[in-house]
Design a binder for this molecule. Structure first.
Ligand SMILES: C[S@@+](CC[C@H](N)C(=O)[O-])C[C@H]1O[C@@H](n2cnc3c(N)ncnc32)[C@H](O)[C@@H]1O
Ligand code: SF4
Ligand code: SF4
Length: 383
């Protein structure tokens, strides 16, 4: 069976090379636009920066969120090949989110969603399988049982999310459908390290298509809003804080080896954010020794864009390039602010990129235990 994630990655690579080469003579439209439909959430995971945005900024409360019509107006500007992703906060906290999905389908467009799964009840399973054009549903599971509940800070969250996921895959099977593909998402932390193989087995048993393991991000600028008005603040030039929770790197190595062995025997396919072709890159990152030189140059600002719940448009780092309530999305995409942002990334990554899920590690990154904390030194030298 075709691996749609691998196909999308190949398209993304080719499109990104073309987009970056043609720019600025010709600005290709975005390949993917992510709408964060809300920052409201029924959970409050400690590592989630949106918690901070929610608490600090009145403009991320319900009344300031783009309406479905405003989101659809921005979608209508985009060519049909542009993939739409709906993320949050928690998308299903918005009572009108099912309507949005149905309208997207009615307009002949496809999308992806990411959810914590606690509200993915039977009606939502029917919505995703029958009444929408959702290609991929990413659902977060950060541990088995109590571990997940503690990380997600909601008693019973694990039981609910797993029951809902089982319901979704069972209904999909019953209807003879392939979509949405189910992508279980896990952030690697010291709390769930022991359980990573169990999470994989659970994802297999549920019938998930992918297990995506993300490295813990610490950058305040990576998807941490409200957006800053100008790059003159120099925050992009600061290395994100080192990871502070002690991590047993030997155990991490053996767990990752086990995961690769398990994945070699069938579904779900294993993915890493950032994309690491080798385990050593992940160890190096968790040892706070990651260096920008470990990663390929990034083409995401030439292919991707994000729209925050209040309409602010930002490329990846939280710098405001415009707002769809004031300027058309495609105008912002082709505008001077975004070009200036791209210019900084032509030949190098920015210090704040460290940990970003769009990064791809170069092959051959090595890690040797006990070589000191390079990240702490970098933080000091960049201030
Ligand atoms: C911001 S959440 C929004 C979707 C939904 N509420 C959920 O939890 O899946 C999207 C993804 O980002 C992950 N995430 C949140 N904070 C993170 C961090 N500091 N580092 C890496 N991933 C993080 C979540 O675990 C989730 O898989
Ligand atoms: S469920 Fe998702 S959006 Fe909500 S706090 Fe957790 S990671 Fe953030
Ligand atoms: S690696 Fe840097 S430039 Fe690329 S998407 Fe991430 S933050 Fe943006």
């Amino acid at each position: 069976m075709v691996d749609i994630s691998a196909v999308f990655n190949r398209v993304k690579g080719a499109y990104g090379r073309l987009a970056k080469t043609l720019h600025p003579i010709l600005t290709l439209p975005p390949l993917r636009v992510t709408f964060e439909v809300t920052y409201r959430c029924n959970l409050s995971c400690p590592f989630c920066f949106q918690e901070f945005a929610r608490e600090q900024s009145p403009e991320f409360k319900k009344n300031f969120e783009l309406s479905n019509d405003e989101i659809l107006a921005a979608v209508d500007e985009l060519p049909r090949h542009t993939l739409i992703t709906f993320n949050g906060g928690e998308v299903f906290v918005r009572k009108d989110f099912p309507d949005l999905l149905q309208t997207i389908k009615a307009r002949g467009r496809r999308c992806n969603i990411v959810t914590n799964g606690t509200m993915l009840f039977a009606d939502k399973a029917r919505l995703l399988v029958d009444q929408s054009s959702v290609l991929s549903a990413g659902v977060s599971i950060d541990g088995i049982g109590e571990t997940h509940n503690l990380i997600r800070r909601l008693p019973g969250a694990f039981e609910r999310t797993v029951a809902n996921l089982r319901g979704l895959t069972a209904y999909r099977r019953q209807q003879g459908k392939r979509f949405p593909v189910v992508d279980v998402k896990t952030v690697i932390t010291s709390q769930n390290l022991e359980e990573l193989p169990e999470i994989y087995q659970l994802a297999r048993e549920i019938g998930a298509d992918y297990l995506t393991l993300s490295c813990l991000r610490t950058s305040e600028l990576l998807f941490a809003l409200p957006c800053r008005a100008s790059m003159a603040d120099g925050a992009w030039n600061q290395v994100p804080a080192p990871l502070t929770e002690p991590m047993d790197l030997e155990l991490l190595r053996t767990q990752l080896e086990t995961l690769h062995r398990l994945a070699a025997a069938g579904k779900p396919a294993l993915r890493f954010y950032p994309d690491y072709p080798e385990i050593s890159g992940i160890l190096k990152y968790y040892a706070n020794e990651g260096e920008l030189e470990d990663y390929e140059l990034c083409r995401a600002p030439w292919t991707n864009i994000r729209v925050a719940p209040n309409g602010d448009v930002y490329p990846c780092l939280a710098y405001r390039m415009g707002n769809v309530r004031e300027t058309r999305l495609m105008e912002i995409w082709k505008g001077a602010a975004l070009d200036q942002f791209r210019a900084g990334l032509e030949r190098e990554l920015l210090p704040a990129c460290m940990g970003c899920c769009f990064l791809t590690a170069k092959p051959g990154v090595t890690y040797q235990a006990g070589t000191g904390c390079a990240r702490a030194a970098l933080v000091e030298s960049h201030g």
